[in-house]
Ligand binder design. Structure first.
Ligand code: C2E
Ligand code: CA
Ligand code: CA
Length: 258
């Protein structure tokens, strides 16, 4: 599979799909998360859970993250005229972020794709961070100066350290789907507490995996502005995202139709 994956990158079999992150205040798309999909010639679409862990074991993850970034920024360039201020979030392995040439690489890509560096948010998982905390501070601080923002992915289920939130330049916490799906199920107070911590530390919360009207209303009541999930839209290929943005740029809550 590893050899297959290498070839997939060379043969352009890897695709970027996009999922919108919605502002519950404006009901507009605030940003897009880029998610990798492998269009395998015989097996069809393969999802990241099947190849990211494998790629993480080698240096392949660096090539993959860079590939996705380049393709996503090229797509973003075409979408930005339709939604001004539209931003892009990409998932980076910590390995990708601590490469010595990361700053030069990003500078080059912004130039080549004709995007300002401020369009980019980089999502990193908590588990990745714990292993490389010290090596992360320098690239993160440097890239923050270039107006790139850092998102702490899957927040709440791993080693959610308040100390780490303090020493690393993290701007956004992505509340893990585990909590989103349990807001009405005894976990409401934890979600409320996480949102309060984020506010006190001047960080934004994005709730992941919002799937229904109930979860949406609960999160709204708890003061969570940004949300992402199947309730709004599933990840989709670029052409579908383009269509969605052109025909339906505002997302209307179900409750408003009742
Ligand atoms: P993630 O970053 O936490 O991404 C969110 C995952 O939740 C995505 O799975 C997305 O399709 C799924 N999702 C979104 N909304 C909902 C919902 O309402 N309900 C449910 N049940 N699921 C929802 P996906 O695309 O399969 O990606 C899985 C993971 O693979 C990602 O989790 C991310 O950690 C990793 N990944 C994806 N693309 C890349 C990449 O380019 N580079 C790296 N390093 N990791 C990537
Ligand atoms: Ca993510
Ligand atoms: Ca996540």
């Amino acid at each position: 599979l590893e050899q297959d994956l290498k070839q997939a990158l060379e043969n352009n079999e890897m695709e970027v799909w996009f999922q919108p992150i919605i502002s519950s205040k404006t009901h507009c798309i605030h940003e897009l998360e880029a998610l990798a999909r492998w269009r395998h010639p015989t097996k069809g679409i393969i999802f990241p859970d099947e190849f990211i862990p494998l790629a993480e074991e080698s240096e392949l993850i660096i090539s993959l993250d860079r590939y996705i970034l380049i393709h996503a920024l090229n797509a973003l360039k075409k979408l930005r005229p339709l939604i001004s201020e539209l931003k892009l979030s990409v998932n980076f392995s910590v390995k990708t972020l601590i490469q010595k040439d990361i700053v030069d690489f990003l500078d080059k890509i912004f130039l080549e794709t004709d995007n300002p560096s401020s369009v980019l948010n980089i999502e990193i998982t908590e588990t990745g961070m714990t292993k490389n905390e010290k090596n992360l501070i320098q690239p993160m601080e440097y890239l923050t100066q270039k107006n790139i923002q850092f998102y702490l992915d899957d927040f709440g289920i791993g080693y959610s350290s308040l100390y780490r939130l303090h020493i690393l330049p993290v701007h956004v916490l992505k509340l893990d789907r585990f909590f989103t799906s349990r807001t009405g199920n005894g976990y409401r107070n934890i979600v409320e507490a996480i949102i309060m911590i984020a506010k006190a530390m001047n960080k934004t919360i994005i709730a992941e995996g919002v799937e229904n009207d109930h979860q949406y209303s609960e999160l709204l009541n708890l003061g969570c502005e940004f949300m992402q999930g199947y309730y709004f839209a599933r990840p989709m290929p670029f052409t579908d995202m383009l269509k969605l943005i052109k025909t339906n740029p505002r997302w209307i809550p179900l409750a408003a139709n009742n």
